[in-house]
Design a protein around this ligand. Structure first.
Ligand code: FES
Length: 549
């Protein structure tokens, strides 16, 4: 019985009257619209406007919209600050807050408007828990900036820091680039984490192909948002709930998309977390297996080539990527997309711009294998993630240079103490140890900028921005905070990375490691209260998605 007709819900009706709802509107299906708007960053700046258009679409299709908001944390603004510890934690808070709103208000259907990195997996996690008909609206990429005759993104900004250190740019250049790199609202402008996860939402079937690709400030976006509102009502009529959409085959397709589009290493964490919420078995090595056999077919920064997300949209978008992957037999077709189409429909309807060079055939890829690999070995018995970025297999053996925090390592790079051949080990930056598993862009950016990106390896129990590239290995598990082997490494120890063998090893005799293990004590951490302390107590291994229990 609706609130309008239940005699005992008169007190609840009084509040709905207060909001201007009529009894007729109270009788209609209620569609919750979860927006991850915050006014602290450009990434999600359009969400309030989009929410209004989604609401119009819901109304036009006979429903009653109810908007609500969550928090969101900008990775770029918090990078290299203590605030970065809040980033991955925010995924759990966003998921929990959407879930709680859904449980509290009993929405008949949901639309989640997402943008910046963590908001995408967080919303999908919540929708999987609630399991009511749901649509994801990815708010879209930022346009690239133009600087000195070339397209630039936030990646250029971070790498410019290193170029300033070696004298290729001065501070005035850096400041000028900062004024041009990010020209408006939207998510970081190439295949970094947010756009990777936006594509994942398409291939999971929860976001309609063709809508997430539209840049945040393109005039087509608002009309697309209205269509999403209408679609939510249609999804309700078809009972297109996440448990029917987000299946094992859809998850497989999403993993393929990450490989084929040179996606971010953060996708590993998020896919594992999404799988867990959806009740789907997924072990980290399966992601590595897909990345080994699926080539990168988009020429997107940072792994595939020079193009931006705007270029992908103009070329034909993720629908065109789906067409190429489908033609090559790399996708599983037995999936239900939220808009009722099949993958074959998406592929057939893809509009390829004549002469485009952004999406290649699988037979002639940009890079022969996906952007990441999963390694195991004596330094990472439970696994870790190598950002391969389309590089050929390689072997790197070098002396460890050990740092117990990102900040200590950053200082060493600035002082020129890191040299070619080194293996930089940054530890106590894991989910529990950081806490919050900070991204290491302030290390990888300057290393690349100093010309050391191909000769210095970075091994960490922290993680990487989608912008990061170089010889980088993150998500090392067990993390140092839990006494994993990475806690036992000392300066000068030999570390061997072998991507072909899929191994990361510490060449220290077992008896020596046993002595170090016996002497190891977990370092004191200043976090004793609040959300970070709660997170330390509840967060699990990065190899299981770093989810909270
Ligand atoms: Fe928000 Fe990059 S920092 S999308």
């Amino acid at each position: 019985m609706s609130i309008a007709d239940d005699p005992d819900r008169a007190p609840a009706r009084s509040h709905l009257y207060a909001m201007g709802l009529s009894e007729e509107e109270m009788r209609r299906p209620v569609v919750g619209i979860a927006s991850t708007w915050t006014g602290t960053m450009p990434c999600n700046l359009t969400h309030r406007e989009l929410a209004a258009h989604v609401a119009d679409g819901v109304r036009a299709a006979g429903g009653t919209p109810m908007e609500f908001n969550t928090i969101a944390v900008s990775d770029n603004l918090t990078m290299h600050t203590p605030g970065m510890r809040a980033s991955l934690v925010s995924r759990e808070v966003i998921a929990d807050s959407i879930e709680l709103m859904g449980r509290a208000h009993g929405f008949d259907a949901l639309v989640a408007i997402v943008g910046c990195d963590k908001t995408v997996p967080a919303a999908i996690m919540a929708l999987a828990r609630l399991d009511v008909p749901s649509v994801v609206l990815y708010s879209g990429t930022m346009m690239p900036g133009r600087w000195r005759g070339r397209d630039v993104t936030i990646q250029d900004m971070w790498e410019a820091l290193g170029e300033r250190e070696v004298g290729r740019l001065d501070q005035a250049d850096l400041d000028d680039l900062a004024r041009h790199a990010c020209p408006g609202a939207g998510t970081c402008a190439a295949q970094y984490t947010a756009n990777t996860m936006g594509s994942v939402a398409d291939f999971l079937g929860l976001a309609p192909f063709g809508i997430g690709d539209i840049p945040a400030e393109a005039e087509e976006k608002n009309a697309a948002a209205r269509r999403v509102g209408e679609l939510a009502m249609d999804a309700l009529a078809r009972d297109a709930r996440p448990s029917r959409v987000l299946t094992a085959d859809a998850l497989h397709n999403a993993i393929v998309s990450v490989a084929a589009m040179g996606g971010s290493t953060n996708a590993v964490l998020h896919l594992l977390a999404i799988a867990r919420e959806a009740g789907l078995p997924l072990v980290i090595d399966e992601i590595g297996e897909v990345c080994r056999r699926v080539p990168i077919i988009t020429g997107l920064k940072p792994s595939g080539g020079p193009y931006t997300a705007l270029d992908l949209w103009r070329a034909g978008g993720t629908s065109l990527v789906a067409r190429r992957l489908l033609e090559a037999g790399l996708l599983r077709e037995n999936v239900t997309l939220v808009d009722g189409r099949g993958l074959a429909d998406v592929a057939a309807q893809a509009e390829e711009r004549p002469g485009q060079e952004v999406v290649a055939d699988v037979a002639r890829p940009f890079k022969p294998r996906g952007a990441l690999a999963i390694l195991r070995g004596s330094l990472a018995p439970d696994g870790c993630v190598l950002k391969l970025g389309g590089k050929d297999d390689f072997r790197h053996e070098g002396p460890a240079r050990v740092f117990d925090s990102e900040n200590d390592c950053y200082a060493a790079i600035q002082e020129g103490r890191i040299v070619a051949g080194d293996v930089v080990v940054v530890r106590y930056e894991g989910p529990a140890g950081g806490p919050g598993m900070r991204e290491m862009l302030s290390i990888t950016g300057p290393l690349v900028g100093r010309g050391l990106g191909g000769s210095v390896a970075l091994v960490t129990d922290g993680r990487f921005s989608g912008v990061s590239h170089g010889l980088v290995i993150g998500h090392v598990t067990p993390e140092a905070y839990h006494g994993g082997p990475i806690a036992l490494v000392r300066d000068g120890d030999t570390v061997v990375i072998d991507s072909a063998a899929g191994t990361l090893d510490l060449l220290v005799p077992e008896e020596e490691l046993a002595a170090r293990r016996a002497a190891w004590r977990r370092p004191e951490r200043a976090v004793e209260r609040g959300v970070l302390a709660k997170y330390v107590r509840t967060v699990g291994s990065a190899s299981d998605g770093a989810v909270t229990a």
